[in-house]
Structure formats: structure tokens, C-alpha cells
Design a protein around this ligand. Structure first.
Ligand SMILES: [Mg+2]
Length: 112
């Protein structure tokens, strides 16, 4: 089954993820990690997004402006996505066969 849902923001979001991925590359260069390390890095960024999301849900206290916290949460989510792209790039480069159609079919067959 195939379907397409169009969202006018999608290209803007994908551009932000691409920009963030390039920023990370400029800052740290090409990184190589184990699968578990990549997941830990992504979860660390997701934790930062959760913290901002929690702060966005409260009344303004000091510098905890909900709108600013919400914007910061979205920026953290972009960082999560960019880390996921980096993980995909690194791990698929180490093991190119994992992105093959044969493996995709196997994942579907085994419902993984
Ligand atoms: Mg972050």
C-alpha cells in the first residue's frame, strides 16, 4: 500500500534537518559509532526535546517563555532527526547490505 500526504511545512522541515546535519558535520566531522551509541545520542537529544516540551506547557516564569521553549523543542527535534540521518549514513556505510531491498523484504516478512 502506498499513499502520499502533503504538508506545506514538510520541505521546510526537511531543509532544516539537512541544514542541521551539515552543521553537525561541520562541528564534529564524520562520526563512527556502534548502533547502541547512535541510539544513545539520539535519545539524549530526544531528552532535551522532552525537557523543552515540558517547559512549554507551563506559564511564563522568569525566562521560561512557553513560545520560546516550544521553538527550542522543535529545534531539538530537528537535532534528533539529523542524528538519525547521521546514524543511517554511518551504519549503512559500514554494512551497505542492510539497506538493500532484500533486507527490507526480510524485515517485512519477519515483521521487524
Ligand atoms: Mg540538543
Amino acid at each position: 500500500m502506498s499513499y502520499t500526504v502533503t504538508n506545506p511545512q514538510r520541505e521546510f522541515i526537511i531543509d532544516r534537518i539537512r541544514d542541521e546535519r551539515n552543521r553537525q558535520l561541520g562541528k564534529w566531522g564524520v562520526q563512527h559509532h556502534t548502533p547502541a551509541e547512535w541510539v544513545s545520542i539520539a535519545i539524549e537529544e530526544l531528552g532535551e526535546a522532552a525537557e523543552r516540551g515540558n517547559k512549554a506547557g507551563v506559564e511564563p516564569i522568569g525566562d521560561k517563555d512557553p513560545q520560546l521553549q516550544l521553538a527550542a523543542m522543535l529545534r531539538e527535534l530537528v537535532q534528533v532527526a539529523a542524528v538519525c540521518v547521521a546514524a543511517f549514513e554511518d551504519l549503512s556505510e559500514q554494512s551497505p547490505e542492510i539497506t538493500s531491498r532484500r533486507v527490507e523484504r526480510l524485515l517485512d516478512e519477519r515483521r521487524l
